[in-house]
Write a protein that binds this ligand. Structure first.
Ligand code: SF4
Length: 507
């Protein structure tokens, strides 16, 4: 019997469960593996060109790997996934199609509800193995999951998977959480080791030429130097563990004009398309700790990002879809400011972050949360507009992570389901954690006046506008600061915020 396996481009797994199931049913020569470059999907947003190069080059390398392993590979360029699959079904006439559940809502909907009818052959959708929470869910037996929070989720995941544990109950090092040691700004004299880069091979060159013909998009394909194979991604991971993990913890929330990577791993782009395996990453990081190469605060901080934050985002996405896409509990109505699309602004922090994202596809997690999302929350930008900017510009941005991370965590627009209170801060926070303010025309120490940092009057304006709601939530601490602001200054804050939003956002 002929069996076809459809592998979406973000599922380039070395051990693919859909292929494994097909192997149980027929011989390798009878297995046709379908990979589709869908024009419709590639044009859903004006994507970061480097992101498209990464995705297509990784898909083409994956196809070559499968061919050398003896599979028939049907690599299709089509208008849409459906057209590609219909064309394949007509040509090959397989007895069935096997596919792994997509991590994104729309594609999974297509696989589970529509595909069989559309292609006229039986479709088997197997469980997704890219996320550990698909195999074990800490809150599965809870009736009320509305107020599930990340910390207990993370601890349960560590216990269940035995990651960084001494025995069944005790966290290694004696504590679950080292966050308070992990909030250091970058010292001036520290020079960060550069990350490993990869020169484009002929397959990547070909993809670059193709992507250069795309009219709409963000950034350029020049200086594309990312991993496109499993082996290269593994090298990138090893390099992180060897050279940067030991300092990841203390500086994970640091921001600098030097760059965004600093001591971060920059492996999310590989994980999110299946070039790296989550459990292998966790075990490699833990092994470095066991061999006393890295301190507990760093390894715990790193494992928290993956087994805690990343898995929790994915879990929240599936709890809240499809409503999450339109969630807007702060009723924010302004459009995404142009400065994020061109980097043209006098706000030094946003200028650096936006320019870097547009150019390279990356900024670190704290810049995403406390510069971009913080600004957009304070300025009342529509949640889905912010999400669309992320989806377009970041090379690791996919629906399952952007919607909970931006709409839920960053903008608190899902009625507090992802995080119970908004992540908001004034310019003082950015000044403490970065060197952006030193080169800025605005002053992080002024609340009002012509050179006051916009984060400051927007922050206080947000507190004034939402005082009652914030008091009722978990943000009482922030609101307490309003006691020190007299009526006259309140008025100035409101007026300056209004003026700034009108001038800068043309709204
Ligand atoms: Fe950003 Fe304000 Fe600092 Fe300027 S002063 S870099 S706008 S936080």
């Amino acid at each position: 019997t002929t069996v076809s396996v459809w592998i979406p481009g973000d599922q380039l797994l070395l051990q693919h469960p859909a292929i494994q199931i097909a192997e149980e049913q027929t011989t390798r020569e009878q297995i046709h593996i379908i990979l589709i470059e869908s024009l419709e999907r590639l044009r859903l947003f004006p994507y970061q060109r480097k992101k498209i190069v990464l995705l297509l080059s990784a898909m083409r390398h994956y196809a070559d790997r499968l061919r050398t392993e003896g599979y028939q590979v049907d690599y299709i360029q089509a208008k849409s996934f459906v057209e590609g699959l219909q064309e394949h079904a007509r040509r090959i006439q397989p007895q069935q199609l096997i596919t792994m559940a997509a991590s994104e809502y729309d594609t999974r909907y297509l696989q589970q509800k529509e595909l069989e009818k559309l292609i006229g052959i039986p479709v088997t959708v197997v469980a997704n193995t890219q996320f550990l929470v698909e195999l074990y869910s800490p809150f599965a037996n809870r009736k009320e999951t509305r107020h599930a929070v990340m910390e207990p989720f993370y601890r349960a995941m560590r216990q269940h998977y035995g990651i960084l544990m001494d025995g069944k109950e005790s966290p290694s090092g004696g504590r679950w959480n080292y966050d308070e040691l992990n909030r250091e700004p970058l010292p001036r004299q520290l020079s960060v080791p550069p990350i490993v880069t990869f020169a484009p091979d002929s397959i990547t060159q070909e993809v670059i030429e193709l992507v250069n013909t795309f009219e709409n998009g963000v950034g350029t394909t020049t200086h594309f130097e990312y991993a496109v194979t499993h082996e290269q991604a593994q090298q990138a991971l090893n390099d992180f563990i060897e050279c940067r993990l030991s300092r990841f913890g203390p500086y994970e929330d640091a921001m600098s004009t030097q760059g965004s990577v600093l001591y971060h791993a920059q492996i999310s782009l590989y994980m999110n398309i299946g070039l790296l395996d989550t459990m292998e990453i966790l075990q490699a990081a833990e092994a470095a700790y066991r061999q006393e190469q890295v301190p507990i605060q760093s390894v715990e901080g790193f494992i928290r990002q993956i087994l805690g934050w990343r898995e929790y985002m994915y879990w929240q996405y599936w709890q809240q879809m499809p409503d999450l896409r339109t969630a807007n509990s702060w009723n924010a109505q302004r459009p995404m400011p142009q400065m994020f699309w061109d980097g043209q602004t006098r706000m030094n922090c946003i200028k650096h972050v936006a320019t870097r994202v547009l150019d390279s596809g990356y900024s670190n997690h704290i810049e995403r949360l406390m510069v971009v999302c913080n600004f957009c929350q304070l300025a009342g930008v529509k949640p889905y507009d912010v999400a669309a900017w992320f989806l377009s510009c970041y090379f690791d941005a996919y629906d399952w992570v952007v919607l909970p991370n931006v709409i839920g965590m960053g903008l608190n627009a899902d009625n507090g389901r992802t995080t119970s209170k908004p992540y908001i801060a004034s310019g003082k926070y950015i000044d403490r954690m970065s060197n952006y303010c030193k080169g800025c025309t605005y002053s992080p120490n002024k609340r009002t006046g012509p050179d006051a940092c916009p984060f400051n009057f927007l922050y206080w304006n947000f507190l004034i506008e939402n005082e009652t709601r914030l008091r009722a939530g978990r943000s009482n601490q922030n609101v307490l600061g309003l006691r020190h602001i007299n009526d006259q200054e309140r008025l100035e804050i409101i007026q300056e915020a209004r003026q700034f939003l009108q001038d800068t956002l043309q709204f």
